[in-house]
Ligand binder design. Structure first.
Ligand SMILES: Nc1ncnc2c1ncn2[C@@H]1O[C@H](COP(=O)(O)OP(=O)(O)OP(=O)(O)O)[C@@H](O)[C@H]1O
Ligand SMILES: [Mg+2]
Length: 618
């Protein structure tokens, strides 16, 4: 088998080098200290998952203990039956011993049945409850993590946390934990019982145990590597798939299909190869364990037979030991099958604990401050900001926007306009300095006060799955139909909405895919108007509208912005005209500031922009 032809220089993909820290698992680390930290982190998560179910888990352990007792007694009963029951019948015609043994055996079997049944039902209940809570917690956490986090952590990874990781943990709770606990209980109790019954034979029987440990050690080492590779490759595969399909329009527009297919083919091949390697190791391990089990049986049979010939022990003891050997090795064999499940669940837990431990950068204040007199006044005090250390976006911004003012932000691409908008919306916190709304530091405002006070509309008009009316209502949950229609009317959206098949009750489908970009824009405007925030930010919000629609919105904007503070970011100067004040931004610094007319007169950058714009209109 050879890899499909490829050229790494051309077919490289950033997913390889861009693994988020929160995603590392102990199998991928070499540093002992870091591994310890990671293990304790995932133990904490596991502990927090189990704590609400302490009692049920204790009950489960008791049930397993019952099952273990039942398993242990059967061979003893066989031994008793052979060594005492049969002689009693043949010597004295006394059936009572054999009947007692049979009754006890039936009781043990019944106990085993009851325990197994109880365990399966109970463990499924606990497992389900734990998973239910974990899913919710992970979802809430992802929601609360800042925009900055989500810009780092791709949607493919978010999907993996909520899908394949949850699946691994579910698999573990469903059909692995009992094998693990039972195997551990069996190993200990069988060794003890055998030592009590016949120490010498017990020692000989357990001689193969170190051999098994050696094999187990080898397996856990090599399979950890193979398993890591398999997980890595499948993760890359899924992330690539999700991202490629998410951008399927761009893929087709730029004829990237062949290239994408080649990259995907290669990732897919890597995964297939890694999986095959894991299966080979499994085969060696499973075969090896079975072989050792048989070897142990042969040893017990030979040594036990010899001891019987010497008159040191009874046939019943040998029978019991042979049965114990089977009970000793069977769960261990199961464990091999289950080892992969355990590994994936461990890795999943480690990754999820990474997400759960992720610091909430833009955290809600513990003691939020109230705004005394809401007027929509914004103040930037020496605000410094960068996304990456090596690239300062705002070197120190001072800005005062009195309540009710409409400010237009203009400047070249990359000047920092959107960044300012994001800081006002508190998608990020400044690295230095303070942003205040009505005198209160945004970091001291409660989430609900902030969202009520500031609304930002961008070019990516996000509509949720639902009807038009529901999407507008999001602005003010609980608004009446009249208020919704009124909001649509004010922004000029009512006309197209009424022409839709179901009017306001038309479903917008996936992300508003049923509406044109401009129509989505108008719906979002209506939503913002209904929300009635004190501060409204429009970031390139009208750029997807055609000229007549933009005119329409322009008129609506005057109404919408009438008695609130507004920051308008636009490359089209027609939108800027309605502003009271224009700020020209260059590399994060304000270089011009004043009413549009006076800036035009002063002959600076804005005047130049304005002249070019007027020329383009002719
Ligand atoms: N999430 C991000 N991570 C890293 N750098 C970023 C991020 N967002 C923006 N930047 C950088 O910050 C700088 C300012 O970006 P910003 O989006 O504020 O520009 P802008 O003025 O809105 O530009 P445009 O007119 O093109 O929208 C740019 O150099 C950009 O590359
Ligand atoms: Mg921008």
């Amino acid at each position: 088998m050879t890899a499909p032809a490829h050229d790494d220089k051309h077919v490289s993909w950033r997913g390889r080098s861009e693994q988020a820290d929160a995603e590392r698992t102990s199998a991928e680390l070499d540093d002992a200290e870091a591994i310890k930290e990671l293990r304790s982190r995932s133990r904490r998560l596991l502990g927090s998952m189990m704590r609400p179910h302490k009692r049920s888990i204790a009950a489960l352990v008791l049930i397993l203990l019952g099952q273990n007792v039942a398993t242990m007694t059967a061979p003893i009963l066989v031994m008793y039956g052979i060594d005492h029951g049969i002689p009693a019948i043949t010597d004295r015609d006394d059936y009572s011993v054999m009947i007692a043994v049979a009754v006890a055996f039936a009781a043990a079997a019944a106990l085993e049945y009851v325990c197994m049944r109880l365990y399966i039902v109970q463990s499924a209940k606990v497992g389900n409850a734990m998973l239910y809570a974990l899913r919710n917690r992970v979802f809430w956490k992802f929601q609360r993590l800042s925009v900055a986090f989500h810009e780092r952590f791709t949607s493919g990874r978010v999907t993996a946390r909520q899908s394949s990781d949850m699946e691994s943990i579910r698999e573990l709770t469903e059909n692995g934990v009992d094998d693990l606990v039972l195997a551990a209980m069996n190993v200990v109790t069988i060794a003890v019982v055998m030592l009590v019954i016949e120490p010498l034979l017990a020692v000989v029987s357990l001689l193969t145990f170190p051999l098994m440990l050696l094999l187990g050690k080898w397996f856990s080492r090599v399979s950890a590597i193979a398993y890591r590779k398999a997980r890595e490759t499948v993760a890359l595969l899924i992330v690539y798939f999700v991202e490629s399909m998410g951008g399927v329009r761009a893929v087709q527009a730029y004829r990237r299909e062949d290239r994408d297919r080649e990259i995907f083919g290669r990732l897919n091949y890597d995964n297939r190869f890694a999986q095959a390697k894991g299966h080979q190791q499994n085969a060696i391990m499973a075969g090896g364990m079975r072989g050792i089990g048989h070897l142990a049986t042969v040893v017990v049979l030979l040594f036990g037979g010899w001891q019987i010939m010497l008159g040191n022990t009874e046939i019943g003891v040998l029978a019991a030991f042979l049965l114990y050997m089977k009970r000793f090795f069977d769960p261990l064999n199961e464990l091999v099958q289950f080892y992969n499940v355990l590994q994936s669940a461990t890795a999943a837990l480690e990754k999820l604990s990474g997400v759960m431990d992720e610091k909430i950068e833009v955290a809600e204040p513990e003691n939020p401050k109230r705004i005394e007199s809401p007027r929509g006044e914004l103040r930037f005090e020496n605000v410094r900001f960068h996304y990456r250390e090596d690239q300062v976006v705002l070197p120190g911004l001072d800005l005062h926007v009195p309540g009710g003012q409409t400010v237009a932000l203009v400047g070249a691409t990359g000047a920092g306009k959107t960044t300012i908008a994001k800081l006002v919306s508190r998608f990020y916190d400044p690295r230095g300095g303070t942003v205040r709304l009505d005198g209160v530091d945004l970091r001291d405002l409660s989430e609900s006060d902030l969202r009520e006070g500031v609304v930002m509309i961008t070019q990516e008009n996000f509509l949720f799955n639902g009807t038009i009316a529901e999407n507008i209502e999001l602005g003010r949950p609980g608004a009446t139909r009249d208020q919704i229609v009124e909001a649509a009317r004010v922004v000029g959206a009512d006309e197209f909405i009424e022409e839709l098949p179901d009017g306001y009750d038309t479903h917008v489908r996936k992300r508003g895919g049923r509406l044109s970009a401009g129509q989505r824009q108008l719906v979002v405007f209506a939503r913002a108007f209904l929300a009635d925030p004190r501060v409204l930010i429009l970031d390139e919000a009208t750029s997807s509208l055609d000229i007549p629609s933009e005119r329409l919105v322009q008129r609506a904007l005057r109404t919408i912005l009438a008695d609130r503070t507004a920051i308008i970011i636009a490359h089209r100067l027609s939108t800027v005209e309605i502003a009271d004040r224009v700020l020209v931004l260059e590399s994060g610094r304000i270089i011009e500031d004043g009413p549009p007319e006076s800036l035009i007169d002063s002959g600076g950058q804005y005047a130049e922009l304005h002249r070019q714009w007027e020329d383009s209109l002719v």
